[in-house]
Design a protein around this ligand. Structure first.
Ligand code: C2E
Ligand code: MG
Ligand code: MG
Length: 673
């Protein structure tokens, strides 16, 4: 405590030791001096004010003030009063100052705590050691509905919802008593009866001696957070359109199914389901109708399986079904049920729509032991089901596995085929059937692999067409033909009409096909008609507007376009007239049946009829017998090719057998033209 005594005029008479030490002063330094002579201004002003207050009021004056002393802020409580002589008049002024900095800080802290307690958005509840509620804050009332007065003296059990059992609370209190705190989610009941989920932290509070004094519970209502969290989780794991689990969720469930199957020694099946001709429905009826169809199909799938099975949507019109503890027979039954349900009519915007499903099935652990492989194998089996005519199911088999492996091997080998010089072309002559005159040839690709031997086009071309491989191969074919035409011209062999190349739809869509051809034509200065293209009906009908435009550009250059496999796809005749087509080809299968099968003959006749109507030419394929040739001539078919007229042969043989022969024949009988 600092003590000073001044006379009524303000001259210092005494300082105690503490005062001396705090201000580095001696009594002898200040005796007879006033505040302004001793202290810096801010202190002097304060001390003088206190002094004159006392003189004025003639009574005790108290004051708390924060002072800066030697660069430090400290709180002091001043008490000052007059010292009277025997007559009762003031003779001196006594002043003491107590350093209350610590007390002040404690007060602040208490104030802050109280403020926090009142303002916190978390509910706070404090109990005594018997768990009787001592106090609660306003947020407690907001969350629970109970005002403080309702609950003080009770235990928090008034809030219990009954959703947690005795065991839960027992373990909670165990944790609090051993670790001093507990945290977790808890369902409680609001005063109005409704349940809410809270995130709760309970701490035990101990006194200085370590004795338990209170429990403090802090909690907030997380019902809404929890709900939106659950919604979010659902969204991450489910498909928005059908509300079915998505690939993500399926993978999680597959992992669980695998480990259960491993433990119990049973089988898990994965079905890969693809809706047949969904793309057509989507294109023709619009996306909204497509979506409705998917939703209805999803509902049907769910009804076809047991509650514990998983139906997931993997994307587009692809679904996966995960079945546990199955046998081949039980999976087959489920597959039958699905085929049956999916192929029933759908009512969409008042319109009846039909689809069907192709299903591939692979089982764990027989067909694959990891998820990726199981899905892939089921997918491959599904493709086989599609090839087998759709609306069917197909188990993954070792045969299929070998096919896939073989396909991989071929694909790898095919990648190196161009550079390894393994590709070649053969030429099959095409004749005008009436005059038996050579009009050109179809160039057909051959591959003799050093690894795999000679591989038929029907085995390797689909592989190439499934990837961009067909682009480089297709380009090679065109270059090779142009090279060949140039060679013939250089050694005096007359050009053989039009050489047709087969072009895959990918080439039309992904390659500047026209400029690839015209570049070759220009390079060797060849007439446009010397190269033609054959595209399949499927390419034409795939609905891509780009293809239509590109075909028109190709036609404008004078490059003929023939339609291969006409009548085997989904041609729409009215559609056909929009394309610049020069010929339709009557496919092998109809020529094959033309002698014995009236309907094949009918189709061949119809194809020829269409080409006449649309001002095109007909080319019959695969003519093997004189009878076939005879009937085709009867029908009026313009042109033809086939083993009877000439097999596909290499360039030299072709030149010898056909071009030279034709030329000499023509020269011998100039009137036959
Ligand atoms: P495609 O274009 O329909 O070709 C006709 C197929 O019929 C050829 O089979 C040909 O050898 C065969 N053929 C010709 N005359 C007869 C006959 O009298 N009887 C029988 N039974 N068959 C006959 P190939 O050469 O095996 O070609 C198969 C398919 O591969 C072709 O069918 C074509 O789609 C495709 N292809 C061939 N070369 C190429 C090519 O360079 N590029 C593309 N993208 N596809 C090609
Ligand atoms: Mg062809
Ligand atoms: Mg053909």
């Amino acid at each position: 405590m600092l003590i000073s005594i001044k006379d009524t005029a303000g001259h210092y008479q005494f300082l105690n030791r503490t005062f001396e030490n705090l201000f580095y002063l001696r009594n002898s330094d200040v005796a007879g001096k006033t505040d302004s002579q001793v202290f810096p201004e801010h202190l002097a002003v304060l001390f003088e004010k206190l002094h004159f207050d006392v003189l004025h009021k003639k009574t005790r004056v108290e004051l708390e003030e924060r002072l800066s002393i030697a660069g430090q802020l400290r709180w002091f409580a001043f008490t000052s009063y007059p010292i009277n002589d025997e007559q009762g008049s003031v003779k001196a002024v006594y002043c003491q100052a107590l350093d209350i900095t610590e007390r002040k800080a404690l007060d602040e802290q208490k104030k802050l705590t109280a403020k926090f307690f009142d303002a916190a958005s978390e509910g706070i509840l404090i109990t005594d050691t018997e768990q009787k509620i001592v106090t609660v804050n306003p947020a407690f009332t907001k969350v629970t509905g109970y005002p403080a007065a309702d609950v003080i003296g009770l235990t928090p059990r008034v809030l219990a919802s009954g959703k947690q059992d005795a065991k839960f609370y027992e373990s909670m209190w165990n944790t609090i008593n051993t670790h001093g705190c507990w945290q977790g989610e808890l369902w409680n009941r609001h005063k109005d009866g409704r349940l809410y989920l809270e995130w709760l932290t309970i701490n035990s509070v101990r006194g200085e001696q370590g004795e338990l004094t209170n429990y403090i519970a802090i909690f907030s209502d997380i019902t809404l957070i929890k709900a939106s969290q659950e919604r979010l989780e659902h969204m991450v794991n489910h498909d928005e359109l059908t509300n079915l689990p998505n690939r993500n969720e399926l993978k999680g469930r597959m992992a669980q199914a695998f480990s259960r199957a491993k433990r119990q020694g049973n089988t898990v099946a994965l079905m890969f389901i693809d809706l047949d001709n969904f793309k057509n429905i989507n294109d023709n009826l619009g996306h909204e109708s497509g979506d409705l169809l998917l939703q209805q199909a999803a509902d049907r799938l769910v009804l076809c399986v047991r509650g514990e099975d998983t139906v997931a949507r993997i994307g587009g019109d692809e679904f996966n079904v995960l079945l546990e503890d199955v046998t081949d027979a039980s999976v087959a039954r489920t597959a039958e049920r699905i085929l049956n349900q999916i192929s029933k009519p759908y009512l969409i915007n008042g319109q009846q729509v039909f689809t069907s499903a192709s299903i591939g099935i692979a089982t764990y652990p027989k067909d694959a032991e990891d998820m990726g492989a199981l899905i892939k194998n089921a997918d491959s089996a599904m493709y086989l089901a599609k090839e087998n005519g759709k609306n069917s199911y197909q188990f993954f088999t070792t045969d299929l596995k070998n096919k896939i492996n073989n396909r991989h091997a071929l694909e790898n080998a095919l990648h190196k085929a161009i550079d390894a010089n393994e590709l070649s072309l053969v030429y099959q002559p095409e004749f005008n059937l009436l005059g038996n005159e050579l009009i050109g040839a179809e160039a057909l690709l051959r591959w003799t692999s050093t690894e795999h031997g000679s591989i038929p086009p029907n085995d390797f071309i689909p592989i190439a067409e499934d990837s961009d491989l067909i682009l480089s191969i297709g380009e090679w074919v065109i270059e090779e033909i142009a090279l060949q035409l140039n060679k013939w011209r250089k050694n005096g062999t007359p050009l053989p009409g039009t050489l047709y190349v087969n072009v895959a739809s990918r080439q039309l869509m992904r390659q500047p096909l026209l400029s690839i051809i015209t570049r070759q034509l220009k390079k060797y200065n060849l007439p446009a008609r010397s190269i033609g293209i054959e595209i399949t009906e499927r390419t034409l009908m795939n609905g891509d507007e780009d293809i239509t435009r590109k075909l028109h550009e190709i036609d404008m250059e004078g490059i003929p376009v023939a339609i291969d496999d006409f009548g085997t796809g989904y041609s729409s005749l009215s559609y056909l007239k929009n394309f610049p087509i020069s010929s339709l080809k009557i496919p092998n299968q109809f020529v094959d049946g033309i002698v014995d099968d009236e309907s094949d003959k009918g189709i061949a006749t119809a194809i020829h009829g269409v080409s006449i109507a649309l001002n095109m030419q007909t080319i019959a394929e695969a003519i093997e017998t004189h009878e076939q040739l005879h009937i085709l001539k009867e029908i009026g078919c313009h042109n033809g090719q086939g083993y009877l007229l000439g097999k596909p042969v290499d360039a030299n043989t072709f030149a010898q057998q056909f071009i030279v022969q034709q030329t000499s024949r023509r020269e011998a009988t100039p009137t036959s033209r």
